[in-house]
Design a protein around this ligand. Structure first.
Ligand code: ATP
Ligand code: MG
Length: 205
C-alpha cells in the first residue's frame, strides 16, 4: 500500500504526518518512508536519531518498493499541477494535511480543485496542529468539510510541542519524555487505524 502525504501550503505538518504514519504502519508491517521533498526534512529528521523504519530519497526508491507492505511518501509543498496528478496516480491514498485556519483552507480548496480536475478520488483530509480547547477551530473545520461531503479523517492531530522535540531528537513522538507525548502518538495511531480500516485492513494488536 502506498500512502502519499501532500499539500499546496508549507508547514501544515506533512513531514510530521509522514514520519508518524510510517511509525504506526511499521507496527503493522514492513514500512518504508520515501523522502521526495528536495529539502530532505524527513531524511534530516531520521539522521538525528533513530526511527523504526528506513528513510530513503526518491532517486533510490523504485527498485526497493516491492519488498515493503507499506510505503509512505513525504512531498514538497506547492507541487506543480502535473506533479499532483502523478502523485495521485501512483498511490493508493493521498493524505492532505491542513491546519484549521483560513490560509491553509484556501490552499486546501486549490488542492481539491486540482484533484477534481485530474479526476482523483482517493484522498482524505487530515486536520493538523489543532489548537487546544476552548478553541474550537479543529471541530469547526471538520464539520465544515463534512458538510461539504469532503473525505476527512475523524481524528485530528492536536498541537503539541512534543512533535518539535521529536523532530529534534530524530525519533517519533512516542519516544519523547513529555507528559503529553503519548496523547500525540495516540492521535496518529487513530489516524492510521482509520486509514487501514478504509482499506478493510484490521489493525494487529
Ligand atoms: N501536531 C503538531 N503540533 C505542534 N507542532 C507541529 C505539529 N505538527 C507539525 N508541527 C510543527 O510545525 C512545523 C511544520 O511541520 P512539518 O515540517 O511537519 O510541516 P510540512 O508541511 O512538512 O512543512 P514543509 O512544507 O516545509 O515541508 C514544524 O516545526 C513541526 O515541528
Ligand atoms: Mg515537510
Amino acid at each position: 500500500m502506498i500512502i502519499t502525504v501532500a499539500s499546496f501550503k508549507g508547514g501544515v505538518g506533512k513531514t510530521t504526518t509522514a514520519i508518524h504514519l510510517a511509525a504506526f504502519l511499521q507496527t503493522q508491517g514492513e514500512t518504508l518512508l520515501i523522502d521526495a521533498d528536495p529539502n530532505r526534512s524527513a531524511t534530516t529528521w531520521a539522521s538525528r536519531g533513530s526511527l523504526p523504519f528506513e528513510v530513503i530519497d526518491e532517486w533510490r526508491s523504485p527498485s526497493r518498493i516491492r519488498r515493503f507492505d507499506y510505503v509512505v511518501i513525504d512531498t514538497r509543498a506547492r507541487p506543480a499541477h502535473e506533479d499532483l496528478a502523478l502523485l495521485t496516480d501512483g498511490c493508493d491514498l493521498l493524505v492532505l494535511p491542513t491546519t484549521p485556519d483560513v490560509l491553509a483552507l484556501d490552499a486546501l480548496t486549490l488542492t481539491l480543485e486540482h484533484l477534481h480536475e485530474v479526476g482523483a478520488t482517493r484522498y482524505r483530509i487530515l486536520i493538523t496542529i489543532v489548537p487546544p480547547k476552548p478553541n474550537r477551530d479543529g471541530d469547526r473545520v471538520k464539520a465544515m468539510l463534512q458538510d461539504a461531503k469532503m473525505p476527512v479523517f475523524e481524528t485530528g492531530i492536536r498541537r503539541l510541542s512534543a512533535y518539535q522535540k521529536a523532530a529534534q531528537a530524530g525519533t517519533a513522538i512516542a519516544a519523547i519524555k513529555d507528559p503529553r507525548a503519548l496523547e500525540g502518538w495516540q492521535d496518529y495511531v487513530q489516524v492510521g487505524t482509520e486509514l487501514l480500516a478504509s482499506f478493510g485492513v484490521p489493525v494487529k494488536a
